[in-house]
Design a protein around this ligand. Structure first.
Ligand code: PLP
Length: 389
């Protein structure tokens, strides 16, 4: 029986475009109106944007009025990570930003905060935020200078490990601070509610859900407390993000969000079953390997592992040659395989390197079989190489 030549198992880097998102994008491309125009053509474009806003809001059980569309999660992070907020008309100063050591660079770089005003909070060797360390940092935060802003992701993009966001929210609010939750990897893979999480802000990205690349959102808990705009101009998105809206991308984002909302539990259970079979067989084939965070609560689709003596770069190329696309953690813009800051933060030898397999909606049993046969060959070559050395 013939099978497709390549198997894509890098859904945390980006997901294939969903047919519903493609259709929505193509339909929006044919609309001529500017969503800010008052004529019929403009109103038709506006209708598409507002429908997408409702669908994206529903994904995280937020109010549609609290969704600001951006060019992606990185822009949304840069919009919200600023010392300058407004509570209605009153300026509100955030003096220090606290980020977990395992945040994606979009957050870890600190947005508009000066480098010296960004403080990193460690994680435990289990890859979970050290809540006690955050508590100690907030205890000594000087509120005279401004309030603390804290950023913690809901699920890590490399390990899939779910972070104790509710506990963090409680702690941050007790200290009068604000909490940003990066929900980029969790959205569409876990049922989400901004209120239940206790987050003040969430960031989302369309392309992780099967929407287009280059679309995202900042979602806020309310409308009153908002960061100073990053992009000023014509006042679109209620002045929070100027510039004519990217109508096709937003339409595709809305369609993907609507798809992602449906059957989350069923999809997640299916992926968990596939992953469990995959991981069991991997451990049989390579008993000395480590699956990072296997004992922790993880996204159902993610497996981050290290094989003794196998560098990430070599491993990634070996699997690629076998026709399997996996990654060495986060996708660096340069295409270079860097050391994993997540593994370093967890206290592992970063030189050891990790490889990430991430599954998605289209992943079938045959894809897992393809990966496992590639894995078997990579492990056996590795063993022979070590024996010959
Ligand atoms: N946050 C996390 C956890 C991510 O995985 C990514 C993408 O890799 C981003 C933020 C950035 O998203 P975008 O590509 O939309 O800028």
């Amino acid at each position: 029986m013939s099978r497709k030549a390549r198997t894509y198992l890098d859904w945390n880097a980006t997901a294939p475009i969903l047919p519903v998102a493609r259709e929505a994008i193509l339909a929006a491309l044919d609309l001529v109106g500017n969503p800010s125009s008052v004529h019929g053509e403009g109103r038709a474009a506006r209708t598409i944007i507002e429908a997408a806003r409702r669908d994206v809001a529903a994904l995280v059980q937020a109010e549609p009025a609290n969704v600001v569309f951006t060019s992606g999660a990185t822009e949304a992070a840069n919009l919200v990570l600023t010392p300058d907020f407004r509570m209605g008309r009153t300026p509100l100063k955030m003096s220090l930003l606290y980020v977990s050591a395992i945040e994606h660079p979009a957050v870890r770089e600190g947005g508009r905060f000066a480098k010296g005003d960004v403080s990193e909070i460690p994680v435990t060797s289990d890859g979970v935020l050290d809540v006690a360390a955050l508590s100690r940092a907030l205890e000594v935060h000087d509120r005279e200078t401004g309030l603390p802003l804290v950023a913690v992701m809901l699920a890590n993009n490399e390990t899939g490990i779910v972070q104790p966001v509710r506990d963090v929210a409680e702690l941050v609010h007790r200290h009068g601070g604000l909490l940003l939750v990066d929900a980029v990897q969790a959205a569409g893979r876990m049922k989400l509610s901004i209120a239940e999480l206790g987050a003040d802000f969430l960031i989302l990205s369309a392309h992780k859900l099967g929407g287009p690349k280059g679309a995202g959102a900042l979602v806020s808990r309310g409308e009153v407390l908002m960061p100073a705009p990053l992009i000023r101009g014509g006042g679109q998105e209620k002045g929070h993000r100027s510039g004519t809206e990217n109508l096709p991308a937003i339409a595709g984002f809305g369609a993907a969000a609507k798809f992602a909302c449906a059957d989350i539990e069923m999809r997640s259970e299916r992926l968990e079953t596939l992953r469990a079979r995959m991981e069991e067989r991997m451990v049989e084939l390579a008993p000395g390997m480590t699956i990072h965070g296997r004992a922790q609560e993880r996204l159902a689709n993610t497996c981050f592992f290290s094989l003794p003596g196998l560098k990430s770069e070599t491993g990634q190329i070996a699997f690629d040659l076998e026709g399997v696309a996996i990654s060495a953690g986060s996708a660096c813009s340069s295409g270079k395989v860097g050391e994993s800051h997540v593994l370093t933060a967890m206290g592992f030898d970063a030189g050891l390197g990790g490889l990430r397999v991430s599954l998605g909606t289209d992943t079938a049993e045959a894809d897992i079989d393809h990966f496992l046969s590639a894995f078997e060959r990579v492990v056996s070559r590795r063993r022979q190489g070590v024996a010959a050395a």
